[in-house]
Design a protein around this ligand. Structure first.
Ligand SMILES: Cc1ncc(COP(=O)(O)O)c(C=O)c1O
Length: 425
């Protein structure tokens, strides 16, 4: 029998994969905690939480039991005109935890759809109010997903080039890199002064796909506060940063000015089932309450509020709120900080940054692009050592599940040192 990997090569088209130069995929048979176990028996430490989704490890018995119980009770049902306990319970539990005063949960399928819904809510909010605000503001280099609306509010890049002529206009402000915050605020204030900004969307504290670019809570507060003063709606895209990645439960929960909408996905279900959420504050919801049906929100997906995904999310939330998970996050943060200190002054590292459980290293070698040649070298180097790290161009980062052991973290740090040594002294 041919291997999974060989059979894959004949039938599968993989995401974000140059299929001509990188046709082979590693066949994975099972998962266990931090590990992905390949068909040839190799164990890979999932040091990037499988594209930032996994929180508590693979095949977690508690989540598996809750999902299995749900599958045997009600696997899914239509969510228009019908409702169910897992969706209501998840909304009841999440709303008080979310940043801002969130009042309603709108379910969808993934991070991109969570963003699509937020954009549609924001645009129609102003339309329903009869106010002409049409401009959407986003940050240079942002990544909010791959559907058309989500691409439009993402930075123009190799990801979006082929579709550039079809993306709606968005005003981008400079990334608020430490030391350059004033430039960002000047640009944002100039746009707000035009009086037509419908919404501002941001990845709070860390721009993920742009290369784990980080900025301060102070400038996040300044940006949100400026929008609030103007009346522009604030969308906090916590798809990557949510559920503890940056330390606290939500990155934008740390600042005084709450958003009007929050987008969630990835860690929402512990990385077990696909699901998206767009949470909205009361005034957003109220703007759609009307006898005139043209003012309702015309949006919904077949799998909206899938019961099994809700069950996974509830189980994951139990684990995320446990003292053990909090302690694990603190342990990872401290370990990253200690490792980062040992790298200070390393000539091969142009920039080293950490926000919570995310540690990123920008290498001086290689060019600054997603397809930087050093990227493939690094990817292979770590795979050969049983570690899944998937650099963003020349930026190497660790974003582990919270259950990762201290020994595995040390093993990854050791391998990074070994890689840096290959670059010469
Ligand atoms: C901040 C952010 N928003 C949205 C998305 C899109 O999520 P999905 O891949 O689930 O569509 C991502 C994915 O990486 C993301 O990082």
């Amino acid at each position: 029998m041919a291997s999974i990997s060989q059979r894959d090569a004949g039938v599968i088209w993989h995401p974000y994969t140059p299929m001509k130069v990188w046709p082979e995929a590693i066949g994975i048979r099972s998962g266990n905690g931090t590990y992905l176990i390949a068909e040839d028996g190799t164990r890979y430490i999932d040091a990037i939480s499988s594209w930032w989704v996994n929180l508590h490890g693979h095949a977690h018995p508690y989540i598996a039991a809750r999902v299995s119980e749900q599958l045997n009770t009600l696997e899914h049902c239509i969510f228009a005109g019908f409702t169910h306990e897992p969706a209501v319970q998840l909304a009841e539990r999440l709303l008080p935890l979310l940043p801002g005063n969130m009042a309603r949960i709108f379910y969808s399928d993934n991070g991109s759809t969570a963003v699509e819904v937020a954009i549609k809510m924001a645009i129609q909010y102003w339309g329903n109010k009869g106010v002409s605000r049409r401009r959407i503001v986003a940050i240079d280099g942002a990544y909010h997903g791959d559907t058309f609306g989500a691409m439009a509010v993402s930075g123009r890049s190799i990801f979006t080039d082929a579709f550039a002529h079809l993306l709606f206009d968005v005003s981008f402000i400079p990334f608020p890199a430490p030391g350059c915050e004033q430039e960002t605020m000047t640009a944002l204030n100039a746009l707000l002064a035009q009086g037509d900004v419908a919404a501002f969307i941001a990845e709070p504290l860390v721009q993920g796909s742009a290369g784990m670019r980080m900025y301060t809570t102070a400038v996040l507060e300044d940006m949100f506060a400026a929008c609030r003063r103007d009346g522009a709606l604030i969308i906090s895209d916590e798809v990557m940063t949510g559920f503890g990645r940056t330390g606290p439960l939500f990155a934008s929960g740390q600042i005084a000015t709450g958003p009007d909408m929050v987008c969630l996905s990835k860690g929402l279900t512990g990385g077990v089932m696909p699901m998206g959420i767009t949470a909205a504050a009361q005034h957003i919801f109220d703007a759609f309450l009307d006898d005139d049906r043209s003012r309702m929100l015309y949006h919904g997906h077949s799998f909206t509020a899938n019961t099994t995904a809700c069950a996974a999310a509830l189980a994951s939330l139990d684990l995320t709120e446990s003292a053990e998970c909090t302690a694990n996050r603190q342990r990872i943060i401290a370990a990253h900080t200690a490792f980062a200190a040992t790298l200070a002054g390393n000539p091969h590292i142009a920039d080293l940054r950490q926000t919570g459980t995310i540690l990123a290293m920008e290498l001086s070698a290689g060019t600054a692009s997603y397809h930087s040649s050093i990227r493939d070298v690094m990817y292979r180097f770590f795979l050969d050592r049983g570690i899944l790290l998937r650099p963003l161009g020349h930026i190497l980062y660790i974003l582990p599940p919270y259950c990762i052991s201290s020994e595995d973290l040390e093993y990854i740090y050791g391998a990074i040192n070994e890689f840096l040594d290959t670059l010469g002294r």
